[in-house]
Design a protein around this ligand. Structure first.
Ligand code: P6P
Length: 334
C-alpha cells in the first residue's frame, strides 16, 4: 500500500538549506527551535479554556503553577527557545518595551536578531477565536561578539532573512518564507510534527474579500472610504460581488485572504493616527510573506518593506493582500 508520504518541518528545513549555499545551518537550527516552542505554546493554548475555568476557581492552576497570562507564557517560551538556539544575539517582542539582549558568549556571537508578536489577538482567546504568533529574522548589523544594539532592530523590511506566522485555529499551522517562496505546515497532533500541507503558496491576483473594521469608517481616509464603497457596489465590468470578512485577528484575517485572495485594511484612524499595527513585528513579516506569495503590502503610499523604522514599536497604516486590490486602493489613496 502506498505510504502516506509526509515532509516534516525539520526535513523540509534541511532539504531547503541548499537554497543558501553559504549557510552553515544556523538559520535551520533557529527555525527548528522556533518550531519546538510553537508546539509547546500550541498545547497551552488548546487547554486555555479549560485551564481558565480551573484557574478561575483558585490562584493555582492544575499544574500547580501560578496562573500566567497566555501571551506572557508565549513570550517567555519563545524567548527561551530562541536563546537556546545560540544563533540569535537579541530579540524584540510586543510584550517588552526594550530590546532583550542575550549576553551569554554563544549568543553574543550569534549572527541573527529576532522580532515577534508572541500572541497577536490574545483578547480573542476568551471567545475561542483564532490567534497567532508573528516573527521576523534579520542578520545583525552590529559587531558579532558584542551585545545586540538598537540599529539591529531598525532595519528596513527588505533586509529580512525570514518571516512567518503560526495560526492557532481549527488546526495549527506554521507559514513561513526565507525569501524563496511561502510554505505552510500543519501540526499533526498524533505525531507532534508540523507537516508540509501547503507547498509554494501563491495568493490570487484578485480576490472578492475585503477585511476592515467598518466601525471606524467615519474616521477613515477618503481613499479608504472610496474603496469600501467600490467593494459594496457590483463592479460594472466584472459584476464581481465582494464579501466583507473581518475576524479581528490579523493572522487569521491575513491567512484566509492569502489562500483565497482578498485585501486586509487597517488604516490610520482617530484613535490610531499612525495606524494600529506595529511595523517591525506585524506589518513587515506579513508583508514579506504577502510579496513572496505574489501579493503586495503598502502603507497606502509606500511599499511596507521599504519603510525605515524610527522606533522599535512604531505603528503603520497597513494594506496587504492580492496585488490588484492593494494597487487599486493605492490609486484611490493617491
Ligand atoms: P480592531 C488584535 O488586537 C490586533 O492587534 C490584530 O490582530 C487585529 O487585526 C487588530 O488588532 C484588530 O483591531 O481595532 O479591529 O479591534
Amino acid at each position: 500500500m502506498k505510504g502516506y508520504s509526509i515532509t516534516t518541518l525539520n526535513e523540509f528545513i534541511i532539504k531547503r538549506q541548499t537554497d543558501f549555499p553559504y549557510a552553515k545551518g544556523e538559520l535551520s537550527r533557529l527555525l527548528s527551535h522556533f518550531g519546538i516552542a510553537a508546539k509547546i505554546v500550541n498545547k497551552k493554548i488548546n487547554k486555555a479554556g479549560l485551564v481558565d475555568i480551573l484557574g478561575a476557581s483558585g490562584i493555582i492552576n492544575v499544574q500547580g503553577e501560578d496562573q500566567k497570562k497566555l501571551d506572557v507564557f508565549a513570550d517567555e517560551t519563545f524567548i527561551a527557545a530562541i536563546q537556546a538556539s545560540g544563533e540569535v544575539c537579541g530579540i524584540v517582542t510586543e510584550e517588552n518595551q526594550e530590546i532583550i539582549t542575550f549576553d551569554d558568549n554563544l549568543s553574543r556571537d550569534g549572527k541573527y536578531i529576532f522580532l515577534m508578536d508572541p500572541l497577536d489577538g490574545s483578547s480573542n482567546i476568551d471567545v475561542n477565536v483564532s490567534i497567532g504568533t508573528i516573527f521576523s529574522i534579520y542578520r545583525r548589523v552590529s559587531q558579532r561578539g558584542h551585545s545586540a544594539r538598537a540599529e539591529d532592530f531598525l532595519q528596513e523590511g527588505t533586509r529580512m532573512v525570514a518571516a512567518g506566522y503560526i495560526i492557532y485555529g481549527s488546526s495549527t499551522m506554521l507559514v513561513y518564507t526565507t525569501g524563496k517562496g511561502v510554505n505552510g505546515f500543519t501540526l499533526d497532533p498524533s505525531i507532534g510534527e508540523f507537516c508540509l500541507s501547503h507547498p509554494d503558496i501563491r495568493t490570487p491576483e484578485f480576490g472578492s474579500i475585503y477585511s476592515v473594521n467598518e466601525g471606524h469608517y467615519l474616521k477613515f481616509p477618503d481613499g479608504v472610504k472610496k474603496y469600501i464603497k467600490y467593494c459594496q457596489e457590483l463592479d460594472p465590468e466584472t459584476s464581481r460581488p465582494y464579501t466583507s470578512r473581518y475576524i479581528g485577528s490579523l493572522v487569521a484575517d491575513f491567512h484566509r485572504n492569502l489562500l483565497k485572495g482578498g485585501i486586509f485594511i487597517y488604516p490610520s484612524t482617530a484613535s490610531s493616527p499612525k495606524g494600529k499595527l506595529r511595523l517591525a513585528y506585524e506589518c513587515n513579516p506579513i508583508a514579506f510573506i504577502a510579496e513572496q506569495a505574489g501579493g503586495k503590502a503598502s502603507d497606502g503610499f509606500n511599499r511596507i518593506l521599504d519603510l525605515k523604522p524610527d522606533s522599535l514599536h512604531q505603528r503603520s497604516p497597513f494594506y496587504v493582500g492580492s496585488r490588484a486590490m492593494v494597487e487599486h486602493l493605492e490609486e484611490l489613496m493617491g
